[in-house]
Design a protein. Structure first.
Length: 269
């Protein structure tokens, strides 16, 4: 409708024609009966919100006009889940699935899983791998609780490059290791690739010691070859105990060189 204007103005002494008077009256009558629009309302009208009806028409309020959402009272109801972005991507809310469980997540969805962040309690051994854990089992590299008897019977295996040499009659240490005696292990045997550069007139000796026990393998050949010791009984050692091991080398000739290229120590049950 726009701003209301007076169609006819009457001056003093003028004759008032009914049609003109009715036209002025109808202008106001019609405006107050359904034709008032924004142009007829003052910018300073400050109409109280108690005089306004509830807005229920979609699209009548822009999201950019919403403020103070933190003041929504708890009794105002719950925002429908359909209106909340859910999922496991950025800026989404994780929604529980059936049985009130978390949805399938990947490691990229979980942060700060470093073990240093576990400040109390312990991870149950059942959660570390498959199978049933016990004091007689160990957790292998495939995350499976396995009987200790399934461990490799190779106690020590080492190759030496360049070859290690000793030109004296006293033992020289060429390597150290540590070994835990497994239940059922009864003996060990030393296998070594050895030679004595004495033209067959001197003997090279390789010794392996575990705890207070030792075994030796010897050769007088100047050709590098594998030699083996006799079985060394380890029945006096305690199951489950860690022992220091050492590999040593010497030659019976004072100025003769012994050369060791590899050492393997194997246990037997």
């Amino acid at each position: 409708m726009g701003v209301i204007t007076k169609t006819y103005t009457f001056s003093t002494g003028a004759t008032i024609v009914a049609a003109e008077h009715n036209s002025n009256f109808d202008t106001i009558y019609n405006a107050f009966n359904g034709s008032i629009d924004d142009a007829n309302i003052s910018a300073t009208a400050a109409i109280a919100d108690t005089k306004l009806d509830q807005i229920t028409t979609a699209g009548k309020v822009s999201g950019t006009s919403l403020t103070l959402l933190g003041n929504i009272p708890s009794a105002a109801g719950i925002i429908p889940v359909a209106h909340i972005p859910t999922g496991t991507a950025n800026n989404q809310v994780v929604k529980l699935v059936a049985a009130a469980a978390l949805p399938v997540l990947t490691a990229t969805n979980l942060q700060n899983l470093n073990a240093a962040n576990i400040s109390t309690g312990y991870v149950p051994p059942e959660r570390l791998g498959s199978g049933t854990p016990s004091a007689t089992l160990y957790l292998n590299g495939a995350s499976t609780w396995t009987n200790l008897s399934a461990l490799s019977n190779v106690i020590y295996n080492q190759g030496f490059t360049p070859t290690l040499q000793n030109g004296g009659t006293s033992y020289a240490t060429i390597s150290n290791f540590r070994w835990v005696k497994l239940s059922g292990a009864t003996s060990v045997r030393l296998h070594t690739m050895l030679q004595s550069l004495g033209g067959g007139f001197s003997t090279a000796t390789c010794l392996v010691a575990i705890g207070s026990l030792s075994a030796t393998a010897v050769t007088s050949s100047d050709t590098m070859a594998w030699v083996t010791s006799t079985n060394l009984s380890i029945s006096s050692l305690t199951d489950g105990t860690a022992y220091n091991g050492v590999v040593m080398l010497k030659n019976s000739g004072a100025n003769i060189t012994s050369t060791c290229q590899a050492v393997t120590v194997i246990s037997s049950n």
